[in-house]
Write a protein that binds this ligand. Structure first.
Ligand code: HEM
Length: 478
């Protein structure tokens, strides 16, 4: 990749001026990894919604125009993730996020039913219970400033463990939880640092560097946490031998069908010899990370925006009053009636998409308009900039949930917080259910007040979009 070069049609696209032979390698070297998002946004503003960044002979085509995003995301063959995802192999292995080809197809097929409506329906009471614990904990704060990210990410981590994994994290595991969340932050930072230092792209060099050795230790922490979750559930299965541990026996119109939550389904597949323990570990690591960090970030940014928009909170409150009255319980049908809240969540994810970029390595030539994008090119889809296009979303920097009420999207691929096409987010319905339950309960119980009105944290992107500075709000009981 460093030394092979040839004529490539994408070279005629704009981009930061490329030097002979090295292309933009010098710019890459000088990029502070925590400023990567800002620099890429600047490039989009300067060079438009199709530009090329070239490192030696590797072309990275950056796109943020809806028709281009549609071409790339809806392609049925170009589903391979780009090289930086490989930096996560030691952690997520061949789990669903990283795998490709036949292996990915098989796993996606096994895992899709674990997010079936009837399974989600059975998760409702767990999510509700976790939300009530959160409400109680916030009431005990008596209106003091609360740092959102650590508080909310505990909540989402506990929720994914008790739903998809069927494992309760008891209080003794608090320090393990903190270590796990720190390990994830560290993995993201190391991944970023590796992207900009191209000599560390080589596994042998990286693994033998001090950075690589620290990374290995961090991975051990993350993997040990997931291993414990698997072992706990395995032990429960042995204890319950002979009893039906399926979490849902629901009629789907064809007849009654036994449905299993994710980890139980994987363990059952292991008992039948369809998957080995390494495979299970990779999926558990993948789903624990994707299933808690993404939703925690969306809720954190969301509560920050709500704190600044009392009118939006009041409208959510009124909607909840109309749908729920004094009821303590929220059903799936109640959630689907919450149309205004849904628009609010969409607007949160437009401004702060938890996954700001998606990378693909092109395995089959394809056309982007009149340009041939050749095999070997990397394509980066910029969800963050796509969602802030003024031609798609007038006054794009403004938080206006009503833009998602009743009006058609100007282009079906102008808004893709959960990606789209064959590699879209498998957990999106779970995420919406969790976010709706949490936000509706919090707004029913509290007025959310900002620490400093209008303050916005600096943000950065590793695997996900993160606030650099802590975000504080107050929860004042209604
Ligand atoms: C607000 C919440 C969430 C957002 C914004 C989000 C967004 C995304 C996006 C953009 C992708 C595509 C990534 C790529 O192609 O590189 C993705 C994939 C994925 N997400 Fe989510 N996600 C969320 C919540 C969840 C949850 C709750 C789970 C699990 C319970 C989950 C599991 C996954 C998995 C396993 C993939 C890989 C799917 C595949 O490649 O087949 N996500 N998500």
């Amino acid at each position: 990749i460093f030394f092979r070069d040839d004529d490539n049609p994408v070279d005629k696209l704009p981009g930061p001026p490329r030097k002979p032979w090295i292309g933009n390698a010098w710019e890459l070297l000088q990029m502070p990894s925590d400023k990567l998002l800002d620099i890429l946004v600047d490039y989009t503003n300067t060079y438009g919604d199709r530009y090329v960044f070239k490192v030696f002979s590797l072309r990275v085509l950056h796109i943020s125009g809806p028709p281009d995003v549609e071409t790339v995301l809806s392609h049925s063959k170009n589903i391979k993730k780009s090289a930086p995802y490989d930096f996560l192999k030691g952690w997520l292995g061949t789990g669903l996020l990283l795998s490709t080809g036949l292996h990915w197809h098989k796993r996606r097929k096994i895992l899709t039913p674990t997010f079936h409506f009837n399974i989600l329906k059975n998760f409702a009471h767990v999510i509700e219970e976790k939300t009530q614990d959160l409400v109680k904990m916030l009431k005990d704060k008596n209106g003091a400033d609360v740092s959102l990210m650590p508080t909310i990410s505990d909540f989402t981590l506990f929720t994914i463990c008790e739903t998809a994994m069927g494992t309760k994290l008891d209080d003794d595991k608090t320090s393990a939880t903190v270590d796990y969340k720190n390990a994830i932050l560290n993995i993201g930072m190391q991944m970023l640092a590796r992207i900009t230092r191209f000599w560390l792209h080589n596994d042998f060099i990286f693994n033998n560097s001090s950075r690589g050795k620290e990374f290995t230790k961090t991975l051990e922490v993350a993997r040990a946490f997931a291993d414990n979750v698997i072992m706990d559930r395995k032990a429960q299965r042995i204890q319950n031998k002979g009893e039906d541990i399926s979490i849902a026996d629901a009629s789907d119109g064809i007849g009654t069908k036994k449905r299993l939550a994710m980890l139980d389904l994987l363990l059952e597949a292991e008992e039948k010899g369809e998957i080995d323990m390494d495979g299970i570990r990779d999926e558990v690591n993948t789903f624990m990370f994707e299933g808690h960090d993404t939703t925690a970030l969306a809720l954190t940014f969301g509560l920050m925006l709500l704190a600044d928009h009392e009118d939006v909170q009041e409208r959510i409150y009124e909607e909840c009053q109309t749908i729920l009255g004094d009821s303590e319980h929220v059903t799936m049908s109640n959630l689907s009636d919450m149309k205004y809240l849904e628009a609010v969540i969409k607007e949160i994810l437009r401004l702060y998409p938890s996954v700001p970029f998606i990378g693909r390595e092109i395995t089959e030539d394809f056309k982007l308009g009149d340009i041939t994008v050749k095999k070997g090119t990397t394509v980066d889809v910029h969800i963050y900039e796509l969602h802030r296009r003024a031609d798609m979303f007038p006054e794009p920097e403004k938080f206006m949930p009503e833009r998602f009420l009743g009006t058609e999207m100007k282009h079906p691929y102008a808004y893709v917080p959960f990606s789209a096409g064959p590699r879209n987010c498998i957990g999106q319905r779970f995420a919406m259910q969790e976010m709706k339950t949490t936000l509706s309960e919090l707004v029913r119980h509290f007025k959310i007040v900002p620490k400093v009105k209008g303050a916005r944290p600096r943000i950065m992107a590793d695997l996900v979009l993160r606030p650099v500075d802590p975000i504080y709000v107050k929860f004042i009981p209604r």
